[in-house]
Write a protein that binds this ligand. Sequence first.
Ligand SMILES: *[C@@H]1O[C@H](CO)[C@@H](O)[C@H](O)[C@H]1NC(C)=O
Ligand SMILES: *[C@@H]1O[C@H](CO)[C@@H](O)[C@H](O)[C@H]1NC(C)=O
Length: 258
Amino acid sequence: MIRILNVFCLFLIGAKVSICLRVVGISVPPLKQRGDSATLTCEYDLEGGKLYSVKWYRDNEEFYRYMPRLRPPQHAHQLDGVKVDLEKSTARRVHLRELTLKSRGLYRCEVSEEAPSFHSAQAENFMEIYYFPKESPRITGLEGPYNIKDMLDVNCSSARSFPAPELQWLINGQKITDRSSLIAYGAKPAPQGLLVSTLGLRTPVQSRMKIKCIATIDTHRRERTVVIEINCGTQHKLCNLSTLLLVQTFYSISTKYL
Ligand SMILES: *[C@@H]1O[C@H](CO)[C@@H](O)[C@H](O)[C@H]1NC(C)=O
Ligand SMILES: *[C@@H]1O[C@H](CO)[C@@H](O)[C@H](O)[C@H]1NC(C)=O
């Protein structure tokens, strides 16, 4: 979505001349991954006026300006999470390198005309930074021994990511929605501003069961499946729970923006 904040126009109707500075489009990638670079563009139409400056802001803090009168015309200010590549930046675009989680924010370009008018126009858009988990979620607490009548008590924890992934449990392909079987531990902070989500599962042990945990952020998803079988010796009342198979399934579906 493009938000044009203001358009300054002056129409001289009799002379059929319009002096109208317009920002016709801003392009800010809505979704980027940490470590990516991004090109932000600002398309404007001076309609005969002369460019005085193009300034870029993140959350109202200026980080780049282009002023054709100056030599050199470009100037970048240091902002946390905003590394401008001057060589790839011009009067109509700014190139950012090595995005971090701190790069997220509202990006605005502001275009001004030369004196005497000093008309200005601006547009803005939000950029969100994601850090998708690099590994599948972990399932812990599988150590037995369990009785067949026991409750299985396990946790699923996502790998570090941002924002916190949503977790869900499936048993034999069925999504668990029963609140009494789920223990929500929420998200815990991890280094570098990342988060780890944990969701517990408490459910009766079945002689053979396939439990799967899925971690999703947007359309990106990673999952882990564990197949559990109970070995019951005929002479034992108590059975052993053994993790027969540890199936790891990776699914990385990029979002349409990336
Ligand atoms: C699951 O994780 C929570 C929070 O970290 C912890 O308190 C609990 O003991 C864990 N349960 C199991 C079965 O590992
Ligand atoms: C569990 O398995 C181990 C190894 O197979 C066996 O020695 C032990 O007796 C079993 N325990 C029970 C309660 O079945």
